[in-house]
Design a protein around this ligand. Structure first.
Ligand code: UN1
Length: 505
């Protein structure tokens, strides 16, 4: 694999590498150093049109293969992901700035998804359903929907594309994929893997580019399903756009303002450890990262002291170094956004507890002066104040401590007081509290005595409220990429109807 790409890198359409129609190129930049990693052709609507035409054309033959034959191509990719784990983990880290254990975990999560999808090719893909009538057989059968447009984010540049594409392809759909514009190198490597696996022409297509290319995928009639993971703004636009096109489906997963409850019954080591992992891993740039820590008044001072100590100390630096905990933010614009929220918190008169937003020069490693550096920003706020900073998603290491009094019902009410509903955790040794949280927290991913990050791919991954509509991820993708046929067959003499309906004529 090219480490430094010398020629502008291409799109992969209909089994060919192509410069595409457009003349514009864009660069991928290492967020830790500011260095250019490669140059990429920027896809236009004409490139998307060609990719969709190829996917449309390839659908008939691909969908006619058996599940098991389709899965064979995915098994090749599974082995390649495993064989190139270290190397690809490093590409992830260089391109999106996650520290190296996270870069490698991204690749691991990708092969877990491929393993699940390809392994399932030998499992039943529908239901055998009982009938009211003896001698009548009823089934739910699945059929692929057709062409699936996949639009994936930069923060999991290998795992999330496979969330979108692995199940989709095994089910018999064809794909047009736009990688995030911040991580096109990862996109290039994944496309090379599909080429090496010999996937038939047109079954998998990749167009590099920006939002306009994504929009062209969403708008086109040939796209049957859109799978999107990314910001709430874009997800809402896509869901609205697709909602107006009968027959088309969108499954979007879009961020959160995730909370962790530290109850009066918490084990404090577990509480601090979980909160630090959830708030600062990936520099707060997971959609499941936590920005709200809801702490019972009886344990508040103890938690605050310990959490602040770690936040003051947590290692920010070169993401390729193994002892780094937090790498940089993805890009200068995002650094500006997170800094803006830190400033807003100061203006809203919260009590700032840790302010490492402007790292000291000696904290920035040599040769990394042009990175998008930011450290933890931690403050305490009154939950009664309806502050923007404690309700809007920041997507950075920006964390509010909110003190609550009362019981678990009060804690969960405060926990649910956001427009989002993706992930959350409770830290408690009391099973009544844990169960109450499990049953009443308005979220899709609920954790007990754990960080609220690190979901496994064979669980559903998605949220409620503003966090999403549908599950563009993990095992639930199957619902978005298949049609269900209720298939009923009469094996007896004559006609008998359900619901006691008379069949006399
Ligand atoms: C994301 O938050 O953007 O659950 C995806 C996790 C990972 C996926 C996160 N498996 O933390």
């Amino acid at each position: 694999m090219s480490q430094q790409l010398s020629e502008p890198s291409k799109h992969y359409v209909d089994g060919e590498w192509t410069d595409g129609e457009g003349t514009e190129t864009f660069e991928s930049t290492n967020p830790a150093t500011g260095e250019t990693l490669g140059e990429f052709h920027r896809g236009t609507d004409v490139d998307v049109d060609r990719a969709l035409a190829a996917a449309d054309e390839a659908f008939e033959e691909w969908s006619a293969l058996s599940y098991i034959d389709r899965a064979e191509y995915l098994w090749d990719i599974y082995h390649e992901l495993r064989d190139r784990h270290e190397e690809l983990g490093e590409v992830v880290t260089k391109e999106c700035g996650k520290e190296i254990s996270e870069g490698k975990a991204d690749v691991t999560e990708a092969w877990h998804m491929v393993e699940w999808a390809a392994g399932n090719a030998r499992h039943p893909h529908g239901d055998v359903v009982p009938s009211e009538i003896p001698g009548k057989d009823a089934y739910m059968r699945r059929k692929p929907r057709g062409v699936v447009g996949c639009i994936s984010p930069w923060n999991f540049p290998v795992a999330i594309p496979f969330w979108h594409m692995a199940v989709t392809l095994v089910e018999g759909n064809t794909v047009v994929w736009k990688p995030a514009e911040q991580t096109p190198w990862c996109g290039q490597v994944i496309a090379e893997m599909f080429e090496d696996a010999g996937i038939p022409d047109g079954v998998f297509n990749m167009v590099q580019g920006y939002g306009d290319a994504g929009e062209a995928i969403v708008d086109d009639d040939r796209t049957d399903t859109v799978l999107f993971t990314g910001s709430a703004e874009v997800g809402q636009e896509i869901a609205g756009e697709v909602g107006g096109q009968p027959g088309k489906l969108a499954a979007c997963e879009m961020g959160g303002k995730n909370g962790i409850i530290v109850s009066s019954e918490a084990d404090m080591d577990t509480a601090v450890h979980s909160a630090v992992m959830s708030s600062f891993k990936t520099t707060g740039q997971r959609c499941v990262s936590s920005e709200r820590l809801l702490v019972h008044e009886d344990r508040y001072d103890e938690f605050k002291e310990r959490f602040v100590d770690v936040a003051e100390d947590v290692a920010v630096g070169d993401p390729l170094e193994e002892d780094t905990f937090m790498g940089p933010l993805i890009e200068p614009d995002h650094e500006e956004k997170v800094t803006g929220y830190n400033d807003l918190a100061r203006d809203e008169d919260v009590n700032v507890l840790v302010d490492r937003a402007d790292l000291d020069d000696d904290e920035i490693p040599d040769g990394h002066e042009d990175g998008n550096w930011i450290g933890p920003f931690v403050y305490e706020a009154d939950p009664e104040d309806d502050l923007r900073v404690t309700h809007e998603e920041v997507f950075g290491p920006h964390v509010a401590l909110l003190k609550y009094s009362g019981d678990i019902e009060d804690a969960v009410e405060l926990h649910n007081d956001t427009e989002y509903g993706l992930a959350g955790a409770i830290i408690s040794e009391d099973y009544r509290e844990i169960n109450y949280f499990r049953d009443n927290a308005e979220i899709g991913l609920a954790y007990g005595n754990l960080p609220c990050i690190g979901a496994e791919v064979h669980l559903p991954f998605g949220g409620v409220k503003k966090s999403g509509n549908g599950y563009p991820s993990a095992r639930e993708v199957i619902e978005a990429v298949t049609e269900r046929t209720a298939w009923t067959l009469n094996n007896s003499e004559g006609i008998q109807m359900a619901q006691g309906l008379s069949a006399d004529i």
